[in-house]
Design a protein around this ligand. Sequence first.
Ligand code: URP
Ligand code: ZN
Ligand code: ZN
Length: 473
Amino acid sequence: MSLLIRNGRVVTAVDDYHADIFVEDETVSLIGRDLDVEADRTIDASGRLVIPGGVDPHTHMDMPFGGTTSADDFETGTRAAAFGGTTTIVDFAIQTKGHSTLEGLETWHEKAAGKAGIDYGFHMIVTDMEDDRLWEMRRLADEGVTSYKMFMAYPGVLYVDDGTLFRAMRKAGEDGTLVCMHAENGIVIDEIVKIALAEGKTAPKYHALTRPTRMEAEGVHRSIAIAEVAGVPVYIVHLSCADALEQVTLARDRGAQVFAETCPQYLFLDLSHYDRPSGRSPGDHDDFEGAKYVMTPPLREKWNQEHLWRGLGFGDLQSISTDHCPFCFKDQKVLGVDDFSKIPNGGPGVENRMSLVYNGGVVGGRLSVNKFVELTSTAASKLFGLFPKKGTIAVGSDADIVVFNPDRRETISIDNPHTHHMNVDYNAYEGTEVQGVSEIVISRGRVVVEDNVWYGRAGGGNFIKRGLFGGPF
Ligand code: URP
Ligand code: ZN
Ligand code: ZN
């Protein structure tokens, strides 16, 4: 099977030129002007950007959490990702406390195999790591799981203490892998939550008000300090605020190997969303609309957003992931209707990331088009051992390509069939108008989305064994 993409404006993290791209089977085999080749199919990309498929390094499909399971599984979630122009995800497998991480990996392979419609990798969430288990980490790396996530938040659930953190970090450093950190002081936050509940503060907005930015900054500072001593590069996930960013910037300025991502929710949504009226009749959980935005870290005061954009522009933040972890409002968020601490934490977004970032970044004059590609694809690919297979358009790379219309506008809505394929009953960006839409999405040489129709298949995505951490770039 061969595919010729003609006349497009090819944009990578560093290039911007007009050319044709010839794809044979799963990879790009030729790039040039007016290519003289025959192909099984030709796509005319005139007036379109031709960009590497998005890489979302932070999703939670089919994840048991908060007494329920995230609403997208690997089939619905990866299909929605593809509609939005993302062709690779790195999801999080979980080690059950007291059990082997390898068992956890097996469970996540079972969840994804035969279901994922685009390529995927796994990080491993480490929940305990005694000395006699450290050997597993090298095995995981051999299996292509070359990054871990550890939590300073959620005591009693995913939380690990600093000793565990250090032990695992030291081994990860020896092995050449990368540690991802959920950096929030969960021990102090749980005390603040207890006080709030005792005062009768049960509404969703108290989720945000009990998680001060200083407690995120403290977690960032502490995890970086421990990582420096342990000798491992560290990647701060879902960084939400200026306070936490300052810690990353300080560490990078002194030469520490620190990387960080933020997410669209922290760039486009803010604290005021917790006070949104429901639009339903009074008495019908009418102060519960904010539950849609209960995620961790929470949404912050709006002024933080410009700091995050500046961090992205100046390189202190390297990547934009989604932390896609959807829970249905009616059936799942409602678990916390009388107590915000019982609302399942997480929100949807895997489908809308590329359009949101293009619109807010490139159309908004904050990012160059190359930086847009870097932040949504290339940087994550490099950091997580996928490059140059993923994250660029080059001879020999996987033909994960998006034909992106930079002029087309859509209003993101659960009711707009062009913007919502996620298996969740609300869209966090409801009513947001975006310019820039992924129109044709190609995964390893196969068109999986065109004219808003799904041509991929469950099981069409492959597990990707990722390489070791390749160093700063
Ligand atoms: O609220 C969130 N972020 N849910 C997903 C789990 C995590 O901490 O990433
Ligand atoms: Zn997290
Ligand atoms: Zn997450």
